[in-house]
Ligand binder design. Structure first.
Ligand code: B1M
Length: 233
């Protein structure tokens, strides 16, 4: 973008700045994304609004051009790093609610899959809603999940997959819990762009979460159900 150095982000109105941030994310300009996030926060935007309207929407556009062969892996990696720079500023703000602890979640991206932005967002939003989150990172074989669930005495297992080739691995993890007679010890929530409700049902998860906000609401609902049945039992 040749005009880039002429643009003063702080002089743009909210709508122009948001659109410019989509371009900057597309171009992998982490410093500009950092500046843009700070400007929007300074103008009184809620952190969640900055996240969804400036960053997630920008990444959605990147995804379309990646799919269509206009952008390639190195460019998308730069976009992802810029998104992470923005998320780095938002993370403490999203986690700052001081809500009482709601439960503990172990979350990770499944084996063979290195996409972590969506998972990280879910983790942040869950922390912001008062859950304790143990993040296993990317490329997790079943053993990692099982070990962490035991060690952390978690209530919820969260799995993320962004590839149609890796999402079936969620069934491997859930089947292993079933084989060990421990499936009902945990609420299992799954998410990632290629998933849907029917897939979640077919692998035996408790729920599919379309986005991070839905993950929080779903986790709250399932924790309340569990607490209800524990009291009833
Ligand atoms: Co990848 N990639 N990628 N990629 N990449 C996709 C997923 C793809 C759809 C792009 C496309 O073609 N349009 C496509 C998959 C096609 C398919 O499977 N049918 C694809 C491909 C093909 C690949 C490679 C195979 C490319 C290659 O090497 N030829 C390769 C695979 C590497 C591997 O994993 N083994 C690859 C690599 C990469 C990068 C490394 C360059 C980079 C990842 C960087 C990173 O994550 N650190 C990357 C990126 C960035 C993408 C896109 C563009 C963006 C993903 C993203 O971060 N979205 C993506 C296109 C797309 O999805 N539109 C694409 C933003 C994020 C906020 O959304 O992750 O959906 P999302 O998360 C949401 C919800 O899904 C949900 O909540 C989140 C927040 O609202 N959610 C959960 C997610 N996880 C959850 C877990 C939960 C609950 C909710 O647990 C309870």
């Amino acid at each position: 973008m040749s005009d880039e150095e002429d643009i003063v982000l702080s002089e743009l109105n909210d709508e122009e700045l948001t659109l410019q941030m989509h371009d900057d994310l597309y171009d992998g300009l982490a410093d500009e994304i950092t500046e843009g996030v700070n400007i929007l926060l300074g103008r009184g935007w809620e952190p969640y609004r900055v996240l969804t309207e400036a960053l997630v929407e920008g990444m959605r556009i990147v995804g379309i051009d990646f799919r269509d062969g206009i952008l390639f892996v190195p460019e998308v990696l730069m976009a992802a790093n810029s998104m992470k720079a923005g998320m780095f500023i938002l993370k403490p703000l999203l986690a700052e609610t001081g809500a009482p602890k709601m439960g503990k979640m172990v979350i990770g991206t499944v084996k063979g899959d290195i996409h972590d932005i969506g998972k990280n967002l879910v983790g942040m939003m869950m922390e912001g809603a008062g859950f304790e989150v143990v993040d296993l990172g990317i490329n997790n074989p079943v053993e990692n999940y099982l070990e962490a669930l035991d060690k952390e005495e978690a209530d919820i297992l969260g799995m993320s997959a962004l590839l149609t080739t890796t999402m079936p691995y969620m069934k491997v993890v859930i089947d292993t819990l079933v084989e060990q007679g421990r499936r009902s010890d945990f609420v299992v929530l799954v998410g990632g762009a290629p998933l849907n409700e029917a897939f979640a049902d077919s692998v035996g998860a408790d729920a599919y979460c379309r986005d991070a906000a839905v993950a929080v609401e779903t986790a709250k609902t399932w924790m309340a159900k569990r607490q209800g049945s524990a009291l009833a039992g």
